[in-house]
Design a protein around this ligand. Structure first.
Ligand SMILES: NC(=O)c1ccc[n+]([C@@H]2O[C@H](COP(=O)([O-])OP(=O)(O)OC[C@H]3O[C@@H](n4cnc5c(N)ncnc54)[C@H](OP(=O)(O)O)[C@@H]3O)[C@@H](O)[C@H]2O)c1
Length: 322
């Protein structure tokens, strides 16, 4: 495994981050395709054994049970100081007023619930899962800053939003002397490259680390276009993200993977790892082979010609995943 600094911070993270949305009680929350605790634990352990130290979850994943499963497994299999643990806030956790969003009340409540589910005193990276248009950004940024001051959070990050929103949050924090975001977790993969227009140049300019979510387009980049799996069949959100025209990109991945004799997932992940702006893709792994491919991708090299071939079929997409 390789380790890099997260953006311009001193924090070292593994080049692969394990996405823990895959782990959660299947009949809690919105993801009925998740692995239960018994099936999740060996994969979390395998990730640790492969040198992965960076784990991403969210309060909202499987109604908090992802945080519980990940927290227990990391306590059993790792030392807290060796791990970079990331979670998120914004999604709705309860019906009724203040059950979601980025108000001071929601943030202060949700961090305590996340810490209790994760079984830890602090989160390394606390991310806002989305932009909250109904809360003044000053209120959100000050509340996040206060969590850092209180020692509950080491760094703060953001996730999918428009570049103008991210920029506004950053300059608001700077104006007030509050903590700024060190990372952007955004939707970026060979099938969705709209982030290359505004968000990625902004992150590069400002020294913000980039953590792409769904780096394999939720599995689309790893198999024939028409093949479905248990997860893809029940993945309502994912089914809206990638139009039919993306088939040609999957075919380009397939060609290069066949020429090299490696699984398609390795080619697609290596392409992302070759992008200068990318710190660590957040990979979803539901089988041991998925982790093996993710780790192997860190060492794979693609030629300029192969990269060009992978990129050529891309056509502009409507903004999605915000
Ligand atoms: N911030 C956000 O809004 C946001 C949104 C989405 C995700 N995320 C984060 O990103 C993480 C990853 O998302 P994701 O699970 O959608 O990512 P992904 O890596 O694009 O997709 C994972 C799926 O791809 C397939 N796959 C992975 N490796 C494979 C391999 N080597 N060979 C064949 N198939 C392979 C598996 O599908 P099957 O299980 O179907 O076989 C696996 O479940 C999440 O866990 C979460 O932490 C964040």
């Amino acid at each position: 495994m390789q380790y890099v600094k997260l953006g311009s911070t001193g924090l070292e993270v593994s080049r692969i981050c394990l996405g823990c949305m895959t782990y959660g009680v299947p009949d809690r929350g919105n993801h009925e395709w998740t692995l239960d605790e018994e099936a999740s634990r060996p994969l979390i352990r395998q990730a640790l054994e492969a040198g992965i130290t960076f784990f991403d979850t969210a309060n909202v994943y499987s109604d908090g049970t992802s945080e519980e499963i990940v927290g227990r497994a990391l306590r059993d299999f790792a030392r807290r100081d060796d791990i970079v643990l990331a979670t998120k806030v914004h999604g709705r956790m309860r019906p009724g007023p203040n059950g979601g969003g980025l108000s001071r009340k929601a943030i202060m409540t949700e961090i305590d619930h996340s810490l209790s589910r994760l079984g830890t005193d602090y989160v390394d990276l606390y991310q806002i899962h989305r932009w909250d248009p109904h809360t003044p950004v000053e209120e959100t940024m000050e509340a996040l800053h206060d969590l850092v001051r209180a020692g509950k959070v080491r760094y703060i990050g953001a996730s999918s939003m428009y570049a103008w929103q991210f920029s506004k949050a950053q300059y608001t924090a700077r104006l007030h002397g509050w903590t700024r975001f060190v990372s952007m977790q955004n939707h970026y993969n060979l099938l969705y490259r709209e982030e290359e227009r505004e968000m990625l140049p902004l992150c590069a300019d400002q020294g913000v680390g980039v953590l792409p979510w769904s780096p394999l387009a939720r599995g689309r980049l790893t198999r024939d276009w028409d093949t479905t799996t248990d997860r893809s069949a029940g993945d309502v959100f994912g089914s809206r993200l990638y139009p039919e025209g993306d088939r040609t990109i999957v075919e380009a991945v397939t060609r290069i993977a066949q020429e090299r004799g490696v699984p398609r997932a390795q080619v697609a992940l290596t392409w992302l790892l070759h992008q200068d702006t990318v710190t660590a893709p957040i990979v979803g792994a539901s089988k041991p082979q998925h982790l093996q491919d993710a780790v192997a991708a860190v060492e794979l090299e693609l030629s300029d010609k192969e990269i060009e071939e992978l990129q050529r079929p891309y056509t502009p997409h409507a903004i999605s995943g915000h």
